[in-house]
Design a protein around this ligand. Sequence first.
Ligand code: SF4
Ligand code: SF4
Length: 162
Amino acid sequence: MKKEKVIESCYSQLRKVTPLDFDCGKICDGKCCKGDEKTGMILFPGEEEFIDKNMKIFKNKEGDTVAVCNGSCDRNKRPLACRIYPLFPLLTSTEGKDAVEVIFDYRADCPIISEGYDINRRFEKAVRRVGKYLLLNEETKAYYKELSQVQEDCIKLLEKFL
Ligand code: SF4
Ligand code: SF4
């Protein structure tokens, strides 16, 4: 599948479904949309052409493509990172077989996690499907694998200090 089609399919999974059954921005005053010009969303290959044109795009020192918004956006054009937050579809591989496990993003600073809200099951399933779509193109799969490895490494590191 072409990477643009993969991205479109991922976006459509999370067009309407949200982490909670109500607008979670109400419990934190939309905390995750209040970054600064140094805080951005990592984009997957093929995503650039789909996101809100008001966002600034740059490459970070790791070579990731990052989009920065001004705290508001066209919801239909928000990046995948915003759609899946605060979850992450972790890619694991056992004996060459890929599997997707939905976890909390280790970077998430979100009351859904800290205050133990029940995640909407439909949202969780949609995030898992996103992981599966990302496997359908070599470029998105390779990048997804890298991001999953970073998640795994950081989780292991954090566990050492707990
Ligand atoms: S920080 Fe968490 S609870 Fe707040 S708007 Fe973002 S996802 Fe929702
Ligand atoms: S792109 Fe939209 S959803 Fe994502 S952080 Fe910015 S305002 Fe929030």
